[in-house]
Design a protein around this ligand. Structure first.
Ligand code: UD1
Length: 326
């Protein structure tokens, strides 16, 4: 059958996570075959609601090499999203962040190498640039990690590049800049700022800004990260293998500005608290996305305002946002 000949098998690690589950949906929508891996450390079964029967889902850990070897069978492309996110989490427990993000990625690379997959796309982070003053960040700038999380993301990036050079495994690293959107983890102390603030505001609880709120981020809608992965998996190997690309919107928004927009969309009119600066925090982040535009034909999908609107609408619709959790 022609259809089965053109379909590829994608392995998504972290498939029940925020970005992973968005990738699973996008792949299914384009008719691809999907295998998903997640240990539910931060991913949630409900993120795969409605699509679980359409994928080969396996509850397992990227620290389990046997499970990885079995998950790689017949796989064409690996989209490696599994990780322990959050700078503060890594400051609280650097060993665990390192184990999952570095050792876990190394094992995914080993299994992908052994299975001779066509491509492995690795979810890296803008945090590897650290707090250097030059904006926008370009991929040829020297990394300068200032938190255990960013060290772990950079170390795994170096492993990915090395696996291309040493073993010929075609790897592509995507440096995500503050991805946000529906399904982002919202009920954890380590949740990203927009998911945390939107859900607090919807519950009438006041959010706390760490610092003066003038820190800025290149907030990027999840649809952009999804399209970047699909492009990176299939772009000509000679253009992308062994390389690193910024994935962002290419615009910078201060936290104070984002808070104003979130207040408007959620109808929250209570107070905003200000607290001390957060350890390991970067002041400003903004990406130059020229390289991704050129080699991946990448373009950001939706504006910050539109993305925020969709995100708030999603949290409003999902009763979970109304449930108070300590
Ligand atoms: C960092 C990375 C990002 C990565 C993410 C993974 C940078 C620039 N970005 O995001 O690429 O994907 O880690 O976890 O390093 N904040 C508050 N109040 C809160 C929570 C957060 O004011 O309750 C502030 C933080 O201090 C920070 C900003 O919001 O200034 C964003 O924080 P967060 O959403 O945790 O992401 P980053 O640490 O920027």
């Amino acid at each position: 059958m022609l259809f089965s000949q053109v379909m590829a098998l994608y392995l998504v690690t972290g498939a029940a996570g925020f970005i992973g589950s968005s990738l699973v949906r996008a792949l299914l929508a384009t008719g691809e075959q999907v295998r998903g891996l997640d240990n539910f450390a931060t991913g949630k079964p409900e993120n795969l609601a409605g699509v679980e029967s359409q994928i080969d889902f396996r509850e397992s850990d990227i620290l389990d090499l046997d499970a990885l070897h079995s998950a790689m069978e017949s796989v064409d492309y690996v989209l490696h999203q599994a990780a322990l996110g959050s700078v503060p989490r890594s400051i609280d427990d650097p060993v665990r962040s390192n184990r999952v993000n570095v050792e876990g990625t190394l094992q995914v690379l080993v299994a992908a190498r052994d299975a001779k997959v066509k491509r492995l796309v690795y979810a890296s982070s803008s945090s590897v640039y650290g707090d250097t003053p030059t904006l926008p960040k370009r991929e040829d700038m020297p990394p300068n990690p200032i938190s255990p999380y960013s060290v772990s993301k950079l170390a795994a990036e170096l492993y990915a590049g090395t696996f291309y050079r040493v073993y010929g495994l075609p790897t592509v690293c995507l440096r995500y800049f503050n991805i946000f959107g529906p399904r982002q983890l919202w009920d954890s102390q380590y949740s990203a700022v927009l998911a945390r603030f939107i859900t607090r505001m919807l519950r009438g609880e006041s959010p706390t800004i760490f610092g003066d709120g003038e820190q800025s981020r290149d907030f990027t809608y999840v649809g952009s990260a999804v399209s970047a992965n699909l492009l990176a998996a299939t772009a000509p190997v000679g253009e992308v293998a062994g390389r690193v690309f910024n994935i962002a919107s290419g615009t910078r928004i201060s936290l104070n500005h984002a808070v104003t927009a979130m207040k408007e969309l959620t109808g929250y009119d209570g107070p905003i608290q200000y607290g001390p600066d957060r350890a390991g925090d970067v002041k400003h982040a903004l990406a130059d996305i020229t390289l991704a535009k050129h080699h991946l034909r990448y373009a950001p999908t939706v504006s910050f305002e539109e993305g925020l609107k969709r995100t708030v609408a999603w949290y409003v619709e999902h009763a979970q946002a109304q449930t108070v959790k300590a």
